[in-house]
Design a protein around this ligand. Structure first.
Ligand code: NAP
Length: 255
């Protein structure tokens, strides 16, 4: 039996780029996202691979269990789990819709945690790999994207803890922490006209760095020198300075 990778948020951006790398490396795929039509076209473009599609809104309670049940009903098992689906929202905390913020937490945090929980037993059997997509946002507080930054701090902490917990088990956990990247993220988050998105990294480069780190079993991957420098600064400077620096790029429009 070939190796199978499950990718959430496979229809666009970093997730889509990761599916192409996985397919080129011979993985069969299980694609999970809301847009069935886009997943069908990805499947049709990869006739040499077995590609299963699970249409699911992962921001809904119980969605991760439904995904796991569908994979099992299909008789499949997973060697690689990529928790990539996520979205952000730009705006003052009290101006953003509470239900939408809950959906963000459910998708970025709960679905990622629960999918990891359901698939971990079989990943242990296969010496499998987990790739969680966090962000450089994980390293400091993020005014005007407060909940998003907090969800990514969770993903980083959870992933690093699990990587240590699983050392010696054969399962590797890698967390990818991109900075601003050219995908649909900016449009979904209403972030396109803020300073933070003045310069973005190429999505294929970001995916390649995350993919290589996952294959090598590295714990953390931060694409790009500028993002690296930002993370080092966030680690050494007071967190209140980090918050002010983020406010400068999230709270102000591009010139
Ligand atoms: N782009 C950046 O600047 C950046 C920087 C750091 C971290 N990240 C992280 O990278 C990850 C991928 O984002 P991206 O930049 O590639 O953005 P993107 O182009 O908007 O892709 C997001 C993917 O997530 C899926 N998705 C969104 N909501 C979903 C839901 N409720 N249920 C299931 N799937 C859902 C979307 O598919 P459907 O619409 O078909 O559901 C899409 O495939 C996210 O976790 C994001 O936080 C992005």
């Amino acid at each position: 039996m070939g190796k199978t990778a499950l990718v959430t948020g496979a229809t666009s951006g970093i997730g889509y780029a990761l599916t192409q790398l996985l397919a080129a490396d011979g993985y069969d795929l299980i694609l999970v996202s809301r847009n069935e039509e886009k997943m069908r076209s990805i499947k049709d473009a990869l006739p040499e691979r077995s590609v299963a599609i699970i249409q699911k809104d992962l921001s809904k309670q119980g969605a991760a269990k439904e995904v796991f049940d569908e994979v099992k009903q299909d008789g499949r098992s997973v060697n690689v789990l990529i928790n990539n689906a996520g979205f952000g929202l730009v705006g003052a905390f009290d101006s953003l819709d509470t239900d939408l913020q809950n959906e963000m937490i459910q998708l970025n945090v709960t679905a990622l945690t629960n999918l990891t929980s359901y698939f971990l037993p079989e990943l242990k059997q296969h010496a499998g790999k987990i790739l969680n997509v966090a962000s450089t946002a994980a390293y400091q507080p993020g005014p005007f994207m407060a909940v998003y930054f907090a969800t990514k701090a969770y993903v980083l902490s959870f992933s690093e803890a699990l990587a240590e917990e699983l050392s010696g088990s054969g399962v590797s956990v890698t967390v990818l922490c991109p900075g601003p990247t050219h995908t649909n993220f900016g449009a979904v988050a209403h972030a396109e006209d803020i300073k933070m998105f003045s310069k973005t990294m190429d999505v294929n480069r970001v995916a390649q760095i995350g993919y290589q780190a996952m294959i090598k079993g590295r714990r953390v991957a931060i694409p790009g020198n500028i993002n690296h420098a930002g993370v080092i600064a966030a680690k050494v400077l007071p967190r209140s300075w980090g918050a002010k620096a983020v406010r400068f790029v999230t709270g102000e429009k591009k010139k």
